[in-house]
Write a new protein. Structure first.
Length: 233
């Protein structure tokens, strides 16, 4: 039986959760069959026994697991005969560092620049919740006001990606010769941005685009299964 992944979904079947993208790539990495169950923000409370507050959530033959990290660890434990996501504790620790770097240096700048774009793409029934919760998270800043200054902040966001460019200039993947969970962590962020961005994130000659396109092509084009806006211009 295939695994069911509950996947955050917006308008036009856009799948914009980076955490859900991580789990899709984790499942594909291990060669596990899965189907996605699209859910809106307001429908998360209907998943399983109603205790889940966020997605991704997977259901694997009666076993329910939430949170992308917990899912990845579960998959390695439940399917040890499949390619490992964390072949050693050291690899898992390094992936945690990659995530911490990403949150502190990339997402901290990307979120305010693109949160209004997410708002434009969520389902109608989710808009009030999304706007109120994100404005509270931003200390009361109105989402519309963030659009006015985001272009001038793009150079800072692009500059924050410098370590990625340097690393990927010397190796095929962040994980080395073959893609691994560290790649999926970063790739998922670009897939999130591409699914909603009304302002291209990268310049059209950014060398990161080569890696990004390779990542989207992985696993029979997994990264191309959801509508995506132009990510570079």
């Amino acid at each position: 039986m295939s695994i069911t992944l509950y996947d955050l979904c917006g308008q036009d079947d856009r799948r914009f959760s980076p955490f859900c993208w991580r789990t899709k790539y984790a499942l594909a990495h291990k060669g596990l069959a899965f189907e996605t169950m699209p859910v809106s923000f307001s429908a998360i409370k209907t998943i399983g026994d109603g205790s889940f507050k966020t997605v991704p959530v997977i259901e694997d033959n009666g076993t329910w697991v939430g949170d992308s990290w917990e899912i990845a660890k579960y998959l390695d434990k439940a399917y040890p005969d499949k390619p490992a996501l964390f072949p050693s504790p050291e690899v898992e620790a390094l992936c945690h560092f990659v995530e911490t770097w990403q949150f502190s240096n990339v997402l901290r700048q990307a979120f305010p620049a693109y949160v209004h774009d997410i708002y434009l793409h969520v389902k109608e029934e989710d808009r009030t919740y999304f706007k109120e919760s994100r404005e509270k998270q931003l200390g009361g800043t109105k989402l519309e006001s963030l659009v006015e200054t985001r272009e001038e902040k793009l150079p800072g966001l692009r500059s924050a990606l410098f370590p990625l460019r340097m690393t990927l200039g010397n190796q095929r993947w962040l994980s080395g010769d073959t893609p691994g969970y560290a790649d999926y962590l970063i790739l998922s962020t670009f897939l999130w941005l591409g699914s909603v961005a009304t302002l291209p994130v990268l310049e059209k000659d950014d060398p990161l685009l080569v890696w990004l396109e390779k990542g989207r092509d992985l696993y029979d084009g997994l990264g191309r299964t959801s509508p995506c806006n132009e990510i570079a211009a």
